[in-house]
Design a protein around this ligand. Structure first.
Ligand code: TYD
Length: 224
């Protein structure tokens, strides 16, 4: 059974920091947890990541882009995520299929029904149990990412889209969350790192208490 947690949000929302903090928290509690990111998370996925995010690939066709994100996802789901869930572990994934709906669907205008079909094929129907959605004003998020003090900034081809694109992505997330309120947990990404982490931990507690996952002595460290 296991527990599949994803983190979603616009650029500069602090998702990766929060995913890492939750990983450390659940690991400290004794859970068998792994932390992966998309695109990437496997040797093949990391090669796809270099292509799909590469700043030089400016001629990337939106359909090719959607297929590449999905190919990386298929590899990650089958090689890493499903086996870990089958072992009743926790998987924390930094971005997943909702990123495809938000960026390629709402952002680039690709047909959402097609993207859902593509995702169903790539993941064999695997949907997260809970999605932590870090909400931020896209203009503030992009400024955070551009700030000279920002840690390990990786400016990618998607970041380089105009502000209107990022606003469509943000509205897309809002529409996705509204359509599935049982799965999405809205988190205010303007909060301090610690306040945000506490909000996320509080919202995760009921999922840890459902008996989906057991405390395990085995902790294999996997970080993006
Ligand atoms: P990354 O460097 O991991 O940035 P972030 O910290 O914002 O997650 O870059 C991932 C980029 O890829 C990000 O701009 C969102 C985009 N993306 C998509 O457009 N579609 C997808 O399906 C996924 C997984 C990511």
């Amino acid at each position: 059974m296991g527990l599949f947690i994803t983190f979603e949000g616009s650029e500069g929302c602090g998702k990766s920091t929060q995913a890492r903090l939750l990983y450390e928290h659940t690991r400290t509690l004794g859970y068998n947890v792994i932390h992966v990111r998309e695109p990437g998370g496997t040797p093949i996925g990391d090669q796809i990541r270099a292509i799909v995010l590469g700043m030089n690939n400016t001629e990337m066709d939106p359909i090719a882009e959607s297929l590449l994100f999905s190919a990386s996802r298929a590899q990650l789901v089958h090689q890493v995520i499903r086996p870990h869930l089958a072992a009743n572990g926790i998987v924390i994934c930094d971005r997943y299929a909702d990123s495809t709906y938000a960026y390629q669907g709402y952002g680039l205008g690709r047909n959402l029904a097609d993207l859902r079909t593509l995702t169903a094929i790539a993941t064999d129907g695997l949907v997260p149990d809970v999605t932590m959605w870090l909400r931020i004003d896209p203009a503030i998020g992009l400024q955070r990412k551009l700030h000279p003090d920002a840690a390990q900034v990786e400016w990618n081809r998607l970041d380089a889209h105009e502000l209107a694109f990022h606003q469509r992505v943000a509205s897309g997330y809002a529409a996705l969350a509204e359509a599935e309120p049982g799965r999405w947990v809205a988190c205010d990404a303007h909060l301090s790192i610690e306040a945000l982490a506490a909000h996320i931990r509080t919202n995760l507690t009921p999922y840890l208490q459902t008996g989906r996952v057991a405390i395990s002595p085995v902790n294999e460290r996997t970080t993006p």
